[in-house]
Design a protein around this ligand. Structure first.
Ligand code: EPU
Length: 458
C-alpha cells in the first residue's frame, strides 16, 4: 500500500501540504552531524539576561524556533537581541526594559512554555508581568500551578490567570521564602531560581529538579552575581542579592538531540557520529543504549553511536527526573525498541500522556500495548489515576511506510526514524514542529544519507 493510500485510512485532518517530510525508508543513517547548545537551557539563559541591565553573550546557540520565540518576547519588552545563527552567538542588551503591549504579547500565545519564566525577571525590573497563554507539546495537561504557587510564596500577586494569559504584580518586591515543590518540576525550579536571585532575603527550595540544564542556569546566574548552593538531597539555597550584571557563557550540548540521533542509529542499523555531544550528562542513556545492544565510542569532540549488526535486546526502563532516564529520550528509543528481539517495558512517570505517538508506530507495523498500570517500581503520580502511561513493545517487527502526523517534538522525531527504518514511502505531516528543537533537521537527515524531501525546506 502506498503512503498516500495509507493516509486515506488514517483519518488525518488535512494540514499544510508543504509542511510534509517525504521519506523513502530502508537506508541506514550514516555520517556525522553537529549538535549545538541544549534547547532546554539556551532559552532559560536568554531569560536570565533580562535580570541584569547591560549586555549578556551566549554562545553555541542553535538556530531553533524556541530561540526566535524568546528573542521576540525579549524585544517586545524593549530588550535588544542580536542573534548570529552561523556563529551561534546571541547578544542581549537588557539595559532598557519596558512593559510590552498585551496585544503584541498575545501574538506569541501558544508558541512555547518559556514565557512563564519571564515572570521573576519582569517583576524585579518592572514590578509587573503579563504572560501569554502557554504552548508546548501535546504530552499531557502541562499546568503552571507550581509556578504560580512559587511566585505567590515569594510575594507576587497573581491578578488574573485564564485562557488569555496571566497578569502578575509585585508592588512590594519579592522576598525570600521556604518552598517545597510537590514534584521536582524543571520549569518550577527554574522559576524559583529566576525569581529568588534578586529577592529580599534567603530562599530554600526543597524537592527541586537538578537537571544538567538547571545546573547550567545556576552557573549563568552565579556569573551574573547570584549566590546559590545545591545540596545532594536536591535542596537549593538562594541568597537574594541587590543587583546582577551581564554574563558570557557557552551553552552545554543538547543531550536530548544527541540521544535522538543515537536512537535513530539503532532503529535504522546505522552509524552516526554526533559531533559536540558529551558523555557526562548522558550516562543513564548510554547504559541503556549499551544494554539494548548498541555500540558507542566517546571521543574528545563527540560520541559515535552505531548498530553492530545482529539482534538488539529488549529492556525495561522507567523515565524519571535527573539522574534518571529522561522522558525526552523515551519516544525515539521506543521506536528503536520495536526492532529489539523480545518484550521491552517502558514506564513513563514524568508525563501522564506521552504515548500518543505510538498509534502511528502501530499503524506502521509495530506491536505495542499500552497500560494504565505502573509497569515498574518507581513511585509514580499516575498510579490508579486512569492515565495510560506504561507500554510493552514486542519486537522485532518490520515497519512499513505510512502517512503520519507529528504529535509533539520528540514523538515526531520517533515517527521520522520509524519512517526511515520502514520499507517504502512515508509522509510525515506537520514536520516543522520538529524545528522547535532540532536545528537544521532536514540538512542533517540529508547529511546522513536519508532519502527525504521536504518541500518547505527547499
Ligand atoms: N507540572 C505540574 N505543574 C506545574 C509544572 C509542572 O503539574 O506547574 C507537571 C507537568 O505536568 C509534568 C511534570 O510536572 O507532568 C514535569 O514537568 P516539568 O515542569 O518538569 O517540565 P517543563 O519544565 O514544563 C521541561 C522541558 C521538557 C521536559 C521536561 C521534563 C523545557 C522548555 N521543557 O518542561 O522538554 O520534558 O522539562 O524534563 O525545558 C522537550 O524538550 O521535548 C520537552 C517537552
Amino acid at each position: 500500500m502506498s503512503g498516500t493510500e495509507q493516509g486515506t485510512t488514517t483519518g488525518r485532518q488535512g494540514g499544510d501540504e508543504k509542511d510534509v517530510l517525504h521519506v523513502w525508508g530502508g537506508t541506514p543513517l550514516r555520517g556525522t552531524i553537529h549538535v549545538r547548545g541544549a534547547k532546554n537551557f539556551v532559552s532559560k539563559a536568554m531569560v536570565a539576561a533580562l535580570l541584569a541591565p547591560g549586555v549578556s553573550e551566549l554562545r553555541n546557540v542553535p538556530a531553533i524556533r524556541d530561540v526566535h520565540v524568546v528573542s521576540d518576547l525579549l524585544r517586545l519588552h524593549g530588550v535588544e537581541v542580536d542573534y548570529e545563527p552561523r556563529e551561534g552567538v546571541v547578544r542581549i542588551d537588557a539595559t532598557n526594559v519596558s512593559l510590552a503591549d498585551v496585544a503584541d504579547v498575545h501574538t506569541l500565545s501558544g508558541s512555547s512554555r518559556i514565557p512563564i519564566l519571564f515572570s521573576g525577571p519582569l517583576l524585579h525590573r518592572l514590578g509587573e508581568a503579563f504572560i501569554p497563554s502557554l504552548g508546548g507539546d501535546r504530552i499531557g495537561g502541562r499546568p503552571i500551578d507550581f509556578h504560580l504557587a512559587t511566585l505567590k510564596k515569594l510575594g507576587a500577586i497573581v491578578d488574573s490567570d485564564g485562557p488569555d494569559g496571566t497578569h502578575i504584580t509585585a508592588p512590594h518586591g519579592l522576598h525570600g521564602a521556604q518552598i517545597r515543590l510537590p514534584y521536582p518540576s524543571v520549569g518550577a525550579t527554574e522559576q524559583t531560581l529566576l525569581a529568588a536571585v534578586e529577592a529580599d532575603g534567603k530562599t530554600e527550595l526543597t524537592n527541586a529538579a537538578v537537571e544538567p540544564e538547571i545546573m547550567a542556569l545556576v552557573d549563568v546566574l552565579q556569573k551574573m552575581g547570584a549566590i546559590i548552593s545545591v545540596d545532594v538531597d536536591r535542596t537549593i539555597h538562594i541568597e537574594g542579592v541587590r543587583s546582577l550584571s551581564g554574563y558570557r557563557h557557552t551553552a552545554l550540548p543538547d543531550r536530548i538531540e544527541t540521544a535522538s540521533w543515537a536512537s535513530a542509529a539503532l532503529a535504522t542499523r546505522g552509524d552516526i557520529f554526533v559531533k559536540g555531544a558529551q558523555q557526562h550528562d548522558m550516562i543513564t542513556y548510554l547504559n541503556v543504549f549499551r544494554k539494548v545492544g548498541g555500540r558507542f565510542e566517546v571521543r574528545d569532540d563527540g560520541i559515535r553511536f552505531w548498530h553492530p549488526g545482529g539482534d538488539l535486546h529488549p529492556v525495561a526502563i522507567e523515565t524519571n527526573v535527573h539522574p534518571g532516564f529522561m522522558t525526552d529520550w523515551q519516544q525515539p528509543l521506543v521506536c528503536a525498541l520495536t526492532q529489539a528481539k523480545g518484550l521491552s517495558i517502558v514506564h513513563e512517570t514524568v508525563y501522564e500522556n506521552r504515548f500518543g505517538f505510538t498509534d502511528s508506530l502501530i499503524r506502521m507495523g509495530a506491536t505495542i500495548q499500552l497500560y494504565k498500570e505502573c509497569l515498574g517500581s518507581l513511585p509514580c503520580r499516575f498510579k490508579e489515576k486512569n492515565f495510560v502511561h506504561s507500554a510493552v513493545i514486542f519486537g522485532p517487527t518490520p515497519l512499513h511506510g505510512a502517512d503520519i502526523d507529528v504529535p509533539d517534538i520528540r514523538g515526531g522525531f520517533s515517527h521520522v526514524i520509524a519512517a526511515l527504518a520502514a520499507e517504502g514511502e512515508s509522509r510525515v505531516h506537520g514536520i516543522s514542529l520538529i524545528d522547535r528543537g532540532y536545528e537544521r533537521f532536514h540538512d542533517k537527515l540529508e547529511a546522513l544519507g536519508a532519502h527525504v524531501e521536504w518541500p518547505a525546506a527547499e
